[in-house]
Design a protein around this ligand. Structure first.
Ligand code: CTP
Ligand SMILES: C[C@](O)(CO)[C@H](O)COP(=O)(O)O
Length: 234
């Protein structure tokens, strides 16, 4: 079963607050997008990677991923939302692959072990597979008051923080994006992740153990945490 990947890198990184898009921010000297692409390529399991980039930074992103030469890498325009960017990547990926990984440039340290477990789970018959890590804080649902008032406290033993890469049967992922396409261009309506689009079809998403090192770089502080993982070699 051949495996293709879409690497979403077209966000601006408004919470990160950098002068260039977050995907180009360096982690120990290497842009996040390059590290995330290399993680996919170095797994030895991925045939081709399509990277979605902000339209104004196509060349910079091409240069950043240029050193990832072990697999075919193409850089295309992203969209207004993550969902639209992934849809654009799927169009460029073509129809060759039976399994598709969707990954975030903002998660540069996902391991080859995690990538292998996700693909294996799809091959074992689960058409949608995501990594999840147990939630350590108490999570409380709040209303829209000012200040908000707590309205519910879900049992956290049944909660997982969901990461990327996420792995899908290719046909299902395309169907899920087609079904959710009307929502793709509005930040408020777009799906937060691809598993959400699959769930909207009424199809179960399988959760495998995620990993701390696949953390998402959202603020500059997260970059410092990621740098510690690199120093540790863990
Ligand atoms: N229109 C968009 C928005 C996001 N992404 C990508 O989706 C991933 C997860 O998004 P996030 O971390 O939220 O990135 P940003 O949208 O850039 O961040 P912010 O919400 O702080 O602006 C990132 O790799 C980002 O580049 C994308 O490809 N296209
Ligand atoms: C896709 C994702 O990384 C899964 O946790 C997450 O939903 C991205 O969210 P963001 O708000 O775009 O950072």
């Amino acid at each position: 079963m051949s495996v293709g990947a879409v690497l979403a890198a077209a966000g601006s990184g408004s919470r990160f607050g950098h002068t260039v898009p977050k995907a180009l921010a360096p982690l120990a000297g290497e842009p996040l997008v390059a590290r995330a692409a290399r993680a996919l390529a170095d797994s030895g399991l991925v045939r081709r990677i399509v990277v979605t980039a902000p339209a104004a930074y196509l060349e910079e992103v091409r240069a950043a991923v240029g050193q990832v030469s072990s697999v075919d890498v193409e850089v295309v325009d992203g969209g207004a939302t993550r969902q639209a960017s992934v849809a654009s990547g799927l169009r460029a990926l073509g129809e060759t692959d039976e399994v598709i990984l969707v990954h975030d440039a903002a998660r540069p340290l996902a391991s080859a072990d995690l990538i292998g477990r996700l693909i294996a789970a799809v091959r074992a018959g689960h058409p949608a597979v995501v990594p999840g890590v147990p939630v350590v804080d108490t999570i409380r649902a709040v209303d829209d008051g000012d200040p908000p008032r707590a309205v519910a406290t879900p049992d956290r033993s049944g909660l997982r923080a969901i990461q990327t890469p996420q792995a899908f049967d290719a046909g299902l992922l395309r169907r899920a994006h087609a079904h959710g396409a009307a929502r793709a261009d509005s930040e408020a309506a777009a799906a937060g992740d691809d598993a959400g689009l699959v769930e909207a079809l009424g199809i179960a998403v399988h959760v495998v153990p995620g990993e701390a090192r696949a953390l998402k770089i959202t603020t500059p502080h997260d970059l410092s945490v990621a740098a510690l993982y690199l120093e540790d070699g863990s």
